[in-house]
Design a protein around this ligand. Structure first.
Ligand SMILES: *[C@@H]1O[C@H](CO)[C@@H](O)[C@H](O)[C@H]1NC(C)=O
Ligand SMILES: *[C@@H]1O[C@H](CO)[C@@H](O)[C@H](O)[C@H]1NC(C)=O
Length: 366
């Protein structure tokens, strides 16, 4: 019976060891690149007008204070972190992002930016995507001096990455003003082909920098946000021209993700169909517990879609029953519906697989 005792002791010991050393989901780093839909507060540190650092932003955040997130509470990356069992990633420019906290990952996103460098120029000082990628390199150097180059590479290779780009290349560039420079230069189909080819380079660079699990969001129904309803819609229908833009952009984006995966021989890039995720509650808000998907909770003018959300704006008492928090950005509850689809959606929402499948798969291969 001694040998059995020893056996059990060893078994318990091995289980304890494997538990201690197998990377738990909490230790999986998370990196975020993109625009205001995913910015956790980088723009607070910049001299720009694209910011969400004043009330009532953050009214439903745990601290009830503005953080720079374009939400009444949590945003999409926060809720993904929650699902990973991790704390939210800090903005890369935050002075708190140092030491051990670097190992959680980082958020490089900056409100107002797009695929193109001239997108969002009216916001002056924002972190364009090429700069976000440079910061990612700098981040890796900083982590390397903490845990060494091999462990750093392992951390980056096993990390989850989220990229959200493209919406601003329409609303804050091509369609920003009538006869914008880009709209005089390109027909819409040619413009989409151009930004898609630039996007492919950005994603390829991300792979070069070590990213191996990259969720890329399609653009949402841009024509249906309160700002565009206020600007372009007579009867409350989604603005047709912007829907056409999304219609051209999304299938081509999905195609380059497939092409990249084929070239790399692995499912590195995952298409998150944000158009469908949004359209579900935009077209049938009551089915999702919203009283409206047209009127923003915070704002003024038609659909509360004109200008910024400030202390002087109309503010709805219950943010959970509004699909849109401000003229462009979903409420926390809408963000939760979106992230639920990230986690468990069918291939029509997450292609080729959802996040719970990724997490289960990667846990097996470790
Ligand atoms: C944007 O600017 C960066 C840095 O100057 C440059 O490397 C990149 O090629 C530019 N992108 C485009 C699409 O012009
Ligand atoms: C997504 O997640 C659910 C639940 O975790 C799973 O049953 C389903 O098969 C997954 N779908 C895909 C396409 O990965």
């Amino acid at each position: 019976m001694v040998s059995l005792k020893v056996f059990f002791f060893l078994l318990v010991y091995i289980l304890a060891l494997s538990h201690r050393f197998s990377p738990t989901e909490a230790s999986r780093a998370f990196f975020v690149f993109g625009d205001s839909l995913v910015d956790n507060g980088n723009n607070n540190y910049l001299a720009t007008t694209a910011r969400a650092d004043a009330p009532p932003y953050g009214i439903d955040y745990p601290s009830h204070r503005p953080t720079g997130r374009f939400s009444n509470g949590l945003n999409i990356p926060d809720i993904i972190s929650e699902n990973l069992g991790a704390e939210s990633t800090l903005p890369y420019l935050s002075p708190e992002l140092s030491g051990e906290r670097l190992l959680v990952g980082a958020n490089f996103a900056s409100a107002g930016i797009g695929i193109l460098n001239d997108t969002g120029i009216q916001f002056v000082n924002i972190i364009r995507i090429s700069k976000q990628l440079q910061y990612f390199e700098q981040y890796q150097q900083r982590v390397s001096s903490l845990i060494g180059p091999d462990e750093t590479q392992r951390l980056v290779n096993s990390a989850l990455v989220l990229v959200t780009l493209g919406g601003n290349d329409f609303v804050n560039n091509y369609y920003l003003i009538p006869y914008s420079a880009r709209s005089r230069e390109f027909s819409l189909p040619d413009y989409v082909r151009y930004i898609i080819s630039e996007y492919k380079k950005i994603l390829a660079r991300l792979y070069e920098l070590g990213a191996r699990r990259v969720m890329v969001t399609m653009t949402g129904p841009l024509g249906c946000v309160p700002a565009e309803l206020a600007l372009r819609s007579r009867n409350g229908d989604c603005a047709a021209e912007l829907l056409r833009a999304a219609d051209l952009f999304n299938p081509q984006l999905e195609q380059i993700l497939r092409d990249l995966n084929d070239e790399l021989g692995a499912d590195v890039f995952i298409a998150a169909n944000a158009f469908r995720m949004h359209m579900d509650f935009v077209s049938n808000p009551t089915a999702y517990g919203f009283v409206t998907s047209k009127i923003a909770c915070c704002g003024q003018g038609p659909y509360n879609g004109v200008g910024f959300c400030t202390m002087a704006s109309n503010l709805c008492p219950n943010r959970d029953i509004y699909a849109f928090w401000d003229a462009f950005h979903p409420s926390e509850r809408a963000n939760r519906i979106i992230v639920n689809q990230f986690m468990t959606g069918s291939t029509e929402y997450m292609y080729p697989m959802n996040l719970s499948t990724i997490l289960a798969m990667d846990a097996r291969t470790k």
